[in-house]
Ligand binder design. Structure first.
Ligand code: TRP
Length: 366
């Protein structure tokens, strides 16, 4: 990429971040104006990167009373894996993680569902695909990276089309806020285009069917894995999972990469491995990273690791206890959660599809 394009990207990111902060403020003052759509692929248990990056935001939105749909994107797994064998296990782990951290469909307006079980959502894909050009799909930088990273034996058309599916995930319930990481911004931009193009092509100017959803960017800085070199992710084998035991957590932190310098300072650019452990400690305790680093100072990486282990295990103890309790009745918990979430997703999707058919003049008086 040349310098000009880099500069432009940075400028658009800053702009997105500024808009996102303004949105964060409005969500707090006018929660009922917003409907949030967010979700994950069922590819394994969630880890502390998810906790600090996205789950905490979801809990804040839930506490504000914002209506939230959480999609478990099971069909998306078909696009980037050679096998779907373990999807049922992963869906179960995901639901247990959601409930353990405090998402609470029974006492709030949070719905959890798998998009494979919402037919009208998937049907939006057909008109949406007609609103997007092949070139747009091929240029999507996140899709390109995922293709390069996935090591697939073949790349299916669904891999290129999944951002369009994601637009259906968001627009079926007329979600107008989508909490995302930076890598998902191209997808959200495409969703906005699809909403705009649908409205322009099929609707009267004063009665659009779809909102143009806005990104709510995570305010947590990027969390690296315990190898210190790359983003925390299960597939990179460098994650601390929420469901790990206290001993497993201690073991992972013990083996985490640091550096040869004894004195601990917070220097993300110069000493990324140490900075990541300082940051995680700070996220657990709520102190600024610099304060954590100063307190540890000459205690070195041994004291840093001990401090982080204790802080993280303390933070996760109630979550893990709750998770174990839920796991004891996993089948029933899963059924109850998905039954309610699927029903409310289907109600929303059916209503939207009816409007879409109307707009496309395909209702034939039926
Ligand atoms: N693509 C997202 C991921 O890989 C998961 C996802 C599917 C999603 N549909 C979504 C996220 C809609 C936000 C909105 O993690």
């Amino acid at each position: 990429m040349n310098d000009i394009a880099d500069g432009e990207l940075a400028a658009t990111f800053e702009e997105s971040f500024r808009r996102s902060e303004a949105l964060r403020a409005r969500l707090a003052t006018h929660p009922s104006r917003y409907r949030v759509l967010t979700g994950d692929r069922p590819t394994g248990g969630l880890h502390i990167g998810h906790y600090f990056g996205s789950l905490k935001t979801r809990l804040e939105l839930q506490a504000l009373g914002v209506e939230t749909y959480v999609v478990i994107a099971d069909y998306q797994v078909l696009t980037d894996r050679d096998s779907v064998e373990r999807v049922p296990d992963h869906v179960r782990e995901l639901v247990l993680d959601y409930l353990a951290v405090g998402l609470d469909p029974e006492h709030s307006s949070t719905s959890i569902f798998c998009h494979s079980h919402v037919p009208a959502l998937n049907q939006l894909l057909v008109p949406f695909l007609t609103l997007v050009g092949m070139g747009e799909l091929e240029r999507n930088p996140t899709v390109k990276e995922e293709i390069a990273a996935a090591g697939l034996t073949h790349v299916s058309a669904a891999m290129y089309a999944y951002p369009v599916h994601q637009a259906a995930d968001i627009l079926f319930c007329k979600g107008n806020v989508v909490p995302v990481g930076k890598d998902q911004l191209p997808h959200l931009e495409l969703t906005r285009k699809i909403a705009r193009r649908f409205n322009q092509r099929f609707c009267d100017a004063n009665s659009p069917v779809f909102p143009e959803p806005a990104a709510l960017l995570s305010s947590a800085p990027k969390i690296l894995g315990v190898d210190g070199g790359q983003k925390m992710s299960k597939s990179r084998n460098n994650a601390i999972e929420l469901r790990a035991t206290a001993d497993e957590t201690a073991g992972l932190i013990k083996r985490a990469k640091t550096d040869a310098e004894r004195h601990i300072a917070y220097d993300p650019a110069g000493r990324p491995e140490v900075a990541n452990l300082v940051l995680l400690t700070a996220l657990c305790t709520g102190e600024p990273p610099d304060t954590v680093a100063t307190q540890i100072g000459d205690g070195g990486s041994a004291l840093l690791k001990k401090t982080l282990t204790e802080a993280l295990n303390e933070l996760l103890a109630p979550i893990r206890a709750r998770r174990a309790e839920l796991a004891g009745d996993a089948k029933e918990v899963l059924r109850r959660t998905l039954e309610a979430g699927t029903a409310s997703a289907n109600t929303a999707a059916d209503a939207t599809l009816a409007q879409v058919r109307d707009a496309m003049q395909m209702n034939y008086g039926l």
